[in-house]
Design a binder for this molecule. Structure first.
Ligand code: ZN
Ligand code: ZN
Length: 404
């Protein structure tokens, strides 16, 4: 079958690989009818999340039809239409039963202390071959797959494999209540769904910060108050938009590939911090492989966090769902401590969140497709990756057709 394979930093290829097989009685094999490219995938190619094993199939977002089932999978049958939870979970260990399925004790082959197991990630996360392929092996299928209700399309469901649940989880971590002013840093796909989730949870006002016009325009269409950090100092603008007190909560939907301002009033502070940001980039991305302007790491890994902390009100709440690798060790702890902030963070507990979002979609409360901007055949996957990596206008979220 065809699959997108990681060969090295800046080196991904559409290869012919062997079809996946059932390896454990708890496995399933699915035929993928939709896949997608995610910002998380870029970290592995840019080098801002290291430890990938050559030969690993990329991708952790998928929708498909069950083709083969292991003997111990009792809750599905062949032919079922399913969405794949990006994180693998067993469903019976203590963390899973408390709802923390991203912290499953059994899923990661490296052991219970190894952390989150997900598709298409570094060695320390499994590795489990990913979903940018025609077929995939799904470990712990009984819990890692969720049946798609009638009336929810593949285009809707693919957005519920990772990005919508991650955003919803981030909004839950922010403990949003009616009347809150919520700031969302980053208007990529997860940021867009964080805006939607905050509004569904009762936020009175959502402020969205980014520098790309197409992303800010989408945020504005959703009802967010937008700030372009290349034109305004986001901290000053948010102060003004919150009557001088700061935001109730902030969601970091950017992560380690954060960029600082290169223009406008916020660029002066970035220049002062240039050396510090450079050190941070070296720490998280000791090796890179930049080619023709592709696969460039973000130039200020802690910028979004710094802005988030500065824009929160006293005793405000910070939610972090942007990806940071285990090697990232810098955090503005002093500022956060001295403002009495509450911070929650983590990898999304997909299995816990996904059924509710499928139901919201089926009921017509939200149509996730509003964030989908491209549908591309797998044969064009390399070009799609490059355009998405460069943040070209219109490339906000790309679905892949695995058999096209
Ligand atoms: Zn993703
Ligand atoms: Zn578990």
């Amino acid at each position: 079958m065809k699959a997108l394979v990681w060969h090295g930093l800046g080196d991904i290829r559409l290869d012919d690989v062997a079809d996946p097989q059932i390896e454990q009685p708890t496995d399933a094999v699915i035929n993928l009818t939709a896949s997608a490219i995610c910002g998380t995938d870029l970290h592995f190619i840019r080098g801002t999340f290291s430890g990938m094993q050559a030969g690993t199939i990329l991708g952790h977002e998928g929708v498909g039809i069950i083709e083969e089932l292991g003997d111990e999978v009792r809750n599905f049958e062949k032919g079922d239409r399913v969405v794949v939870c990006s994180t693998v979970s067993c469903g019976v260990c203590p963390p899973c039963r408390a709802g923390h399925t991203a912290q499953c004790d059994n899923a990661n082959p490296n052991g219970p202390e190894a952390g989150t197991c997900f598709f298409g990630g570094p060695q320390a996360t499994g590795p489990v071959n990913g979903l940018q392929a025609e077929k995939a092996r799904i470990p712990y299928a009984a819990n890692t797959l969720v049946k798609i209700p009638d009336g929810v399309s593949d285009d809707q469901a693919i957005l519920i494999s990772d990005i919508f649940p991650t955003a919803w989880f981030g909004a839950e971590l922010a403990d949003i209540t009616r009347g809150d002013i919520v700031v969302v840093f980053g208007c990529g796909p997860v940021g867009q769904f964080a805006i939607a989730s905050a509004l569904l949870m009762g936020a009175a006002r959502v402020i969205a910060v980014d520098k790309h016009q197409d992303r800010l325009a989408m945020a504005r269409r959703q009802g967010a108050f937008v700030i372009n950090f290349e034109r305004e100092d986001p901290v000053a603008a948010i102060k003004k938009l919150t009557g001088g007190t700061g935001a109730d909560c902030a969601i970091d939907a950017v992560g380690v590939d954060s960029m600082h301002a290169h223009h406008g009033p916020a660029s002066a502070e970035a220049e002062q911090k240039a050396e510090k940001f450079e050190q941070e980039v070296k720490q998280v991305a000791p090796q890179t492989n930049v080619q023709d302007g592709n696969w460039v790491p973000g130039d200020a890994p802690t910028q979004a966090l710094e802005w988030a902390i500065s824009t929160l009100k006293k005793a405000g709440r910070l939610s972090i769902i942007g990806v940071y690798p285990p090697t990232a060790e810098v955090f503005p702890i002093g500022k956060a401590m001295n403002k009495n902030l509450t911070m929650k963070m983590g990898n999304c507990n997909h299995h816990t969140v996904i059924p509710h979002l499928l139901e919201l979609t089926r009921a017509g409360v939200i149509d996730p497709v509003k964030v989908l901007t491209k549908i591309e055949p797998m044969s064009d996957v390399l070009n799609a990756y490059k355009a998405f990596d460069k943040r070209e206008p219109g490339w906000i979220k790309t679905e892949l057709k695995p058999h096209a």
